[in-house]
Design a protein around this ligand. Structure first.
Ligand SMILES: C[S@@+](CC[C@H](N)C(=O)[O-])C[C@H]1O[C@@H](n2cnc3c(N)ncnc32)[C@H](O)[C@@H]1O
Length: 429
C-alpha cells in the first residue's frame, strides 16, 4: 500500500494480483484556511509541537463531520484492475480497510491524502508559543529533527587547515565540503567510521557539529589568557578552545560528573593537549579556585537539548514541558556562579543547544536585569559575518533546518564592565 498526495495505491491478492487505486479530491482552500484559523492557540504543549503531533482540540476540529478533513463519498474515486470490477469489489474493500489501518498508525497521512500541509496547522496552533514562530511556520525545525545528522568534523589548525584537509579527503575518495561561516568545519557527505578519517588518531581532526564549533571561535581565546570551560564534559569544546588559541592558554575544564570528566581527559589525550581538570559543582562554594579571576569563561549549560533532537531522538520521549522552568533556573544560577569567577573587563559566553527562548534570551535578560555590572557588548567581531548565526533576543540563535548544516544552538556574550555603573548595552539584533 502506498499513500501519497491525493491517492492510495494497493496491490491486492485475489485469484491474481490486482491493482487498486483510491483517489481523493484535494480539500478546498477556503475550507482548509478556516480549519487552520480555528486551530490558532490550540496546541497543548511545546513538546507536542516538537514531536510534530497535534493537540486534541486540533484533532477534534480536523475530524469534525462536513467541516473537517475527512472526504465526502463524492470526493472519493475507486478503481480496480480485476475483471469483475463494477462499483466496489472485495479488492477495493480490502484496500479501503488497509487505508483505515494505516491512518490509525499514522494519522498525519490524512493530510497527504487531502493534499494539504499539516505544518500550516502547526504554525497556526503555535501562535504565541515559545518556539520561534517563523521557522515553525515552515515546519523547518520539525523536519530537521527527523533528518539524519551529517558527520561534521573540526579540523585543527596546522598543515593547510580545512582546505588542506579537504584535499586529503578527496585523495581518499571521501566527499566533503567546508561549512560557510565556521572556518574549522568540514561536513562529510556519507558517514564513515572515524578510524577511516585521515589524521583522526593523531588528533588532527575531531567529530564535532559545526554549531558547537562556533563556541571556541566566538570566545576567541588569546595566547596567555586564563580561561574556564565551566560545563566541560565530555570535552568537545575544551579541545576546540585549546586549538583555537593559537598559543598556550591556561585552561580549566570543570564538570560535576566525574565519569564524564574522564572523557575530557581521554579526548584531550588524543589531541595531545592538556587542561586543568576540576570535578566540582559549579553552584557550590568554589573550594577548587585559587582566587585568580578568569579572563574569559565558556558556560555551555546543560539544557533541554531541543536543538539536537536529530542526534538524540530520545529527547522527544523523555523531555517534558515542565522541565524547562527548572532548567532555566539552573542555567541562571550557573551564570551567577561563573560571574563571580570572571575578572572586570572579562567576557562570558553563554551557550545552549536549545531552541527555546526560555533557556536562552530569557535567562540572559533576567541576569542583565539583576546584575548592574553586566552588559552585552557591541556585536563582537567574532560573531560578525557568520551565516549560521541569527541575531535574536540578547544573542544569536541557530535553528536546525533542512538547509542548516549545524545543530540548533544559542550563544550570548556578557561583558563584565570595569565601572559597574557603565553598562552601555548594544544588543545584537
Ligand atoms: C551541554 S553539556 C557540556 C558539553 C561540553 N561543553 C562539550 O562541548 O563537550 C553540559 C555539562 O554540564 C555539566 N553540569 C551540569 N550541571 C552542572 C553543575 N552544576 N556544575 C558543573 N557541571 C554541570 C553536565 O555534567 C554536562 O557534562
Amino acid at each position: 500500500m502506498q499513500i501519497s498526495k491525493g491517492e492510495a495505491k494497493a496491490q491486492v491478492a485475489g485469484s491474481e494480483l490486482y491493482s487498486v487505486s483510491i483517489s481523493i479530491a484535494p480539500v478546498a482552500q477556503p475550507k482548509w484556511k478556516a480549519l487552520a484559523k480555528d486551530c490558532v492557540g490550540n496546541i497543548d504543549s511545546v513538546v507536542e509541537l516538537l514531536h510534530g503531533k497535534l493537540a486534541k482540540s486540533v484533532m477534534d476540529r480536523v475530524c469534525r463531520q462536513g467541516e473537517g478533513l475527512f472526504p465526502a463519498p463524492k470526493e472519493i474515486k475507486l478503481s480496480c484492475s480485476c475483471p469483475d470490477w463494477a462499483d466496489k469489489c472485495k479488492h477495493v474493500a480490502a484496500a479501503l480497510y488497509g487505508v483505515g489501518a494505516r491512518l490509525d498508525e499514522q494519522p498525519e497521512l490524512l493530510f497527504a491524502l487531502r493534499g494539504v500541509d499539516q505544518n500550516d496547522l502547526i504554525a497556526s496552533a503555535a501562535t504565541g508559543m515559545a518556539v520561534p514562530r517563523r521557522a515553525v511556520a515552515k515546519g523547518k525545525i520539525l523536519a530537521a529533527d527527523n533528518a539524519h545528522p551529517p558527520l561534521c568534523l573540526r579540523v585543527a589548525a596546522g598543515r593547510a587547515g580545512v582546505a588542506g584537509y579537504l584535499q586529503e579527503l578527496e585523495a581518499q575518495g571521501i566527499r566533503a565540503a567546508a561549512v560557510p561561516g565556521v572556518e574549522t568545519a568540514v561536513t562529510v557527505e556519507a558517514p564513515l567510521a572515524v578510524e577511516h578519517l585521515p589524521g583522526f588518531a593523531a588528533g588532527r581532526v575531531s567529530v564535532q557539529d559545526s554549531s558547537a564549533q562556533l563556541a571556541a571561535l566566538l570566545l576567541a581565546p588569546q595566547p596567555g589568557e586564563r580561561i574556564l570551560d565551566a560545563c566541560a564534559a565530555p570535552g568537545g569544546k575544551t579541545g576546540a578552545l585549546l586549538e583555537a588559541a593559537g598559543g598556550p592558554i591556561e585552561l580549566t575544564a570543570l564538570d560535576c560528573d566525574a565519569r564524564r570528566l574522564q572523557r575530557v581527559e581521554e579526548n584531550l589525550r588524543r589531541l595531545g593537549r592538556t587542561a586543568h581538570l576540576v570535578h566540582a559543582d559549579l553552584r557550590a562554594e568554589p573550594a577548587w579556585w585559587d582566587g585568580r579571576p578568569f579572563d574569559a569563561i565558556l558556560l555551555d549549560a546543560a539544557c533541554s537539548g531541543t536543538g539536537v533532537i536529530r542526534r538524540h531522538p530520545d529527547i522527544k520521549l523523555l523531555r517534558r514541558e515542565s522541565d524547562i522552568g527548572a532548567l532555566a533556573s539552573r542555567q541562571y544560577e550557573m551564570l551567577g556562579a561563573c560571574w563571580r569567577l570572571l575578572r572586570p573587563g572579562g567576557r562570558l559566553w553563554y551557550a545552549t543547544c536549545s531552541v527555546l527562548p526560555a533557556e536562552n534570551g530569557a535567562v540572559i535578560e533576567r541576569f542583565l536585569a539583576a546584575e548592574p555590572g553586566a552588559g552585552l557588548p557591541d556585536v563582537p567581531e567574532a560573531a560578525a559575518h557568520r551565516p549560521p548565526l541569527q541575531a535574536c533576543r540578547c544573542g544569536w540563535q541557530i535553528l536546525p533546518g533542512p538547509k542548516a548544516a549545524g545543530d540548533g544552538f544559542y550563544y550570548a556574550c556578557l561583558r563584565k564592565f570595569q565601572d559597574q555603573g557603565a553598562r552601555g548595552n548594544a544588543r545584537a539584533g
